[in-house]
Design a protein around this ligand. Sequence first.
Ligand code: CU
Length: 388
Amino acid sequence: MSLLARGGAVLLLLLLAACGTEYPQNSLSPHSDFAETIHQLYVSIFWWTMFILAVVWIILAWVLVKFRAREGDEKPRQIRGHLGLEIGWTVGPALIVIAIAIPTIQAVFATQRPVSEDAMTIEVTGHRFWWEFHYPEQGITTANELVLPVDRPVNLRLGSPDVIHSFWVPKLGGKRDVNPTVAVREGEDPKYNWLFFTPQETGYFYGQCAEFCGESHAFMSMRVLVETEEDFQAWADRWRESPGALPPAGPEDPEDETELEMAGVPAQADEPDQLEIGDDDPLVAMGRDIFLNQATCLACHAIEGTSAQGDRGPNLTLFGERTTLASGILENNPENLAAWIKDPWAFKPAAAMPGVDYDMQGTAGYWPATALSDEQVRAVAAYLLSLK
Ligand SMILES: [Cu+2]
């Protein structure tokens, strides 16, 4: 194939690629009022620039043809300084800039407008390198997968305990900086940023931290699940009931423990209706016991309805329902989960979680290796995946 043909093929491919809108982080495919406002502005400015381009090119072509040098032409008349032209090419662009500024400023105000009365507030916290979502009305805390009801305005309050992050879910709008909110003087309110939009379609949307925040910034993505109102309520109810997350077995006597483990039933399982999927699986029971009684997991992670109430890491309630792991970078399945628990830094350098065989010294302080065997890791993974 000639170079030209190859080049042409590449260009054609690029052109065709531009036709698709189903790229996960396509910012030209709005699915919320916020994204729609930005999109309209973008499209209108695009067509204005195309119009100006066409006018300039037509005049250029006309001038090139009409005034091109011909055999025997005299030197054309030389002009220096022309008041009319000077005024023309100063005022013209100024008018164009004003024409662009008006809808732009309108869009800025539209996307910064104050909270509507019926908006649901969600507190979004950007951590190095994961996202935390707290729903104060529902009393829910989750991580990395934001669940929203369709057609209900949401008001995201953005803050961070460490460095600047940026919340960006291109199809729903944004991006907006997530600023550190810890360093305030006494009596001063932390300065949160807010992001306000209404998701207009159910679906699965991809997002990404859009402000460099450290080693694993590129691995700090997220998902937004927009669900029907009923599905959202059902999810919220499930979260509060936290099925599968039975209270810790915690028997004092180690003999007891083995017995219970063998039976696959924790000591306080006197509410049989809480026994759900996988609870009879001995691996799950073993994993639960390790997570809640033997390992340091609960110092950092919380699971609703158990003694695990740590808040240094993601809340793992209903973790089995999550489609992704470690802020959207891995599919949530037993293999990936076990690999993550063994060695988080293999996926996310500098993640604030120790591995099975390395201690961690970081902003979260000193944490010893979790020292779990391969079987224990598999068991903990099975337990976490049973939380649904
Ligand atoms: Cu970040």
